[in-house]
Design a protein around this ligand. Structure first.
Ligand code: AGP
Length: 595
């Protein structure tokens, strides 16, 4: 989704800005642009599509000597992905970049049009820069004009604005969308997440909502709560894999071990980041998330209720926000998010806080907005996930939630030492089950050829394998653009079975250690109606058209993680066969920072 970079200093600005945008590329975007203010000249370049198009557009342009620059990757919300709609948005002598949505832009636009402004784009963002220049007519101070502009905006935003009238500073504002200011040896840097700052800025300030002001070479130290930025960046390279998603599927075994490190050992379960009394007085849990993180939350419901005997409900963040849900003081609100910046999850979390609930973030990105808003945090430690379709983040989320379930169960005295040891052994085995065997991958490559067409996919499972089925269907949809649905297998005969015929592909999750016979009967019902069945199991299943074998496992969680890998790889191979860009699926963004 949209990304922001900014720079003040003497270095070549185009290079810093474009390098920064490249760090944000994985978030998904459809156009990009930069504006540089140097020697009294304000120069803007914009292009549709990949950042290499923008680089070509910039050609030989260089800007040595002191100056400012702002840059942006846009994921279209208001208006199509065109050059005119790309940021920076311009007025007469100022440029702006913006992440988020200005909800009252129509109102502002109409009032500016009455004052003679003509708009060149369909964006909500253009009103910011035009209103700023309009406000400048009544005041000589760009800061006052900027503050007045920001005060008129409703919605979520991170904004950088530059103007020829103040060539030594960048104006900034933040509300509901992340924005960071950093300082390094070569100048002042801005970005909407850490990645573009690493290697450039040593000190950073994560701006709070309501921050409005300007930054020049002098005033960084006046910011509150300056932190040191972790510099040991692990450059996410594909390391021989065709796609980041593929690499991330293969990495799951390694990152799951990191998720467990220091938390799961022979001595027991430890959650170092939470006070020992964190769960005191908690009688129920609400888990809130979007997309894949929501599926991890759904999986956790089964674990929390089965192991820790704690009533758990799982809600989709965008639904929760406006549902007027009843919240009780003894309820713990868990927000799950890979990015920590998903707008709906963040706002749902704020709502829970407003209702005085205790909050816990399960998140992959330290210092993200969701982490900073929460009372407690457990980091998932998946490392940078670049594939838009989430894989290793899901695996680590489920693992953290499993660890949490066992931790609470043990605290409540529901697991004796033997049962605790069994859970720990199972976690280690489940982690091992995510290692990709070349034989399995080869089998899925071959099999994928048979599943490219048809009129739809059903992914079916029961219990915790139902959310896994949902996740399998989501993975396939996201990158193959084929229609797929996840269903509890027992529900098929209540309607969906009407679709059954040979062009209906059914991916059946058949764990040996959980409700095997029940699922088998459900799959047989489909097979009897001619649906094409692809069964994933360690056991033979005669009614299957295709079998994908997982290794024999000791329990259902080991089977869960083994099947998760199968579903991810199958989606990957189908999408590759269909010629899709797996890492940048159409219409999707890695981090969804708008409502
Ligand atoms: C996953 O493959 C998706 N791209 C998407 O559903 C994602 O999980 C969702 O947008 C939530 O993101 P978050 O975990 O960063 O909050």
């Amino acid at each position: 989704m949209c990304g922001i970079v900014g720079y003040i200093g003497k270095q070549e600005k185009k290079e810093i800005l474009i390098n920064g945008l490249k760090e944000l590329e994985y978030r998904g975007y459809d156009s990009a642009g930069i504006a540089v203010l140097s020697d009294g000249e304000l120069t803007t370049f914009k292009s549709v599509g990949r950042i290499c198009n923008l680089e070509n557009k910039c050609g030989d342009f260089v800007s040595n000597g002191f100056g400012l620059g702002i840059a942006h990757t846009r994921w279209a919300t208001h208006g199509k992905p065109t050059e005119a709609n790309a940021h920076p948005q311009m007025a007469t002598f100022s440029n702006v970049v913006h992440n988020g949505i200005i909800e009252n832009y129509q109102e502002i636009k109409q009032s500016l049009e009455k004052k003679g402004h003509s708009f060149l784009s369909q964006t909500d963002t253009e009103v910011i820069v035009r209103l700023f220049e309009e406000n400048l007519k009544d005041t000589k101070s760009p800061l006052t004009a900027f503050e007045k502009t920001i005060a008129s905006l409703k919605g979520a935003y991170a904004i950088l604005l530059i103007t020829k009238l103040a060539p030594d500073r960048i104006f900034y504002a933040k509300s509901g969308s992340p924005l960071i200011i950093g300082k390094g040896e070569t100048g002042i840097f801005f970005a909407s997440s850490d990645a573009p700052l690493i290697g450039y800025a040593q000190k950073v300030c994560y701006l709070e909502d309501g921050a409005v002001g300007y930054m020049d070479m002098e005033c960084f130290e006046m910011l509150a709560d300056i932190k040191m930025l972790e510099q040991n960046k692990v450059y996410a390279q594909k390391e021989g894999f065709r796609y980041f998603m593929e690499k991330e599927i293969y990495e799951q075994h390694k990152v799951l071990l990191e998720t467990m490190m220091g938390r799961v050992s022979e001595e027991g379960i430890f959650l170092e980041s939470l006070a020992p009394d964190f769960f005191d007085g908690i009688t129920e849990i609400t888990i809130c998330a979007c997309g894949t993180s929501y599926h991890a939350g759904m999986s956790a419901k089964y674990l929390l209720e089965r192991l820790a005997k704690i009533k758990t409900q799982v809600v989709i963040a965008s639904e929760f926000r406006y549902a007027g849900s009843v919240m009780r003081p003894s309820e713990l609100f868990i927000a799950i998010s890979q990015s920590g910046e998903t707008a709906d999850t963040l706002e749902a979390l704020k709502l829970a806080k407003k209702n005085s609930l205790k909050t816990l973030a399960i998140c992959n990105i330290d210092n993200s907005s969701i982490v900073r808003e929460s009372d407690g945090v457990i980091l998932t430690r998946a490392g940078i996930e670049k594939g838009v379709a989430s894989t290793k983040a899901f695996a680590t989320q489920v693992m953290v939630l499993w660890i949490l379930s066992v931790y609470i169960a043990h605290q409540k005295g529901l697991l004796d030492e033997n049962a605790l040891k069994e859970q720990i052994t199972s976690m280690l085995q489940a982690t091992k089950a995510t290692e990709v065997s070349p034989k399995l991958h080869e089998r899925l490559k071959r099999l994928s050829k048979r599943y490219l067409h048809g009129h739809g996919f059903f992914f079916i499972g029961r219990d915790i394998f139902y959310p896994l089925a949902l996740e399998g269907a989501l993975k396939l949809k996201e990158i193959s653009y084929l229609h797929a649905e996840g269903y509890p297998s027992g529900e098929m005969k209540h309607g969906p079975i009407a679709l059954a015929d040979s062009l209906l592909f059914t991916l059946a999750l058949l764990p040996k250690h959980l409700l095997y016979d029940k699922i088998k009967s459900n799959v047989e019902e489909l097979s009897a109606r001619d649906a094409t069945i692809c069964a994933i199991s360690s056991e033979d299943f005669e009614s299957a058209d295709d079998m994908i074998y997982i290794k024999p496992a000791s329990d259902y969680m080991e089977e869960f993680f083994a099947m998760m890998v199968v579903l991810q790889l199958l989606a990957l191979e189908i999408a590759i066969k269909l010629g899709n860009d797996v890492d940048m699926p159409r219409n999707l963004a890695k981090s969804v920072t708008v409502e």
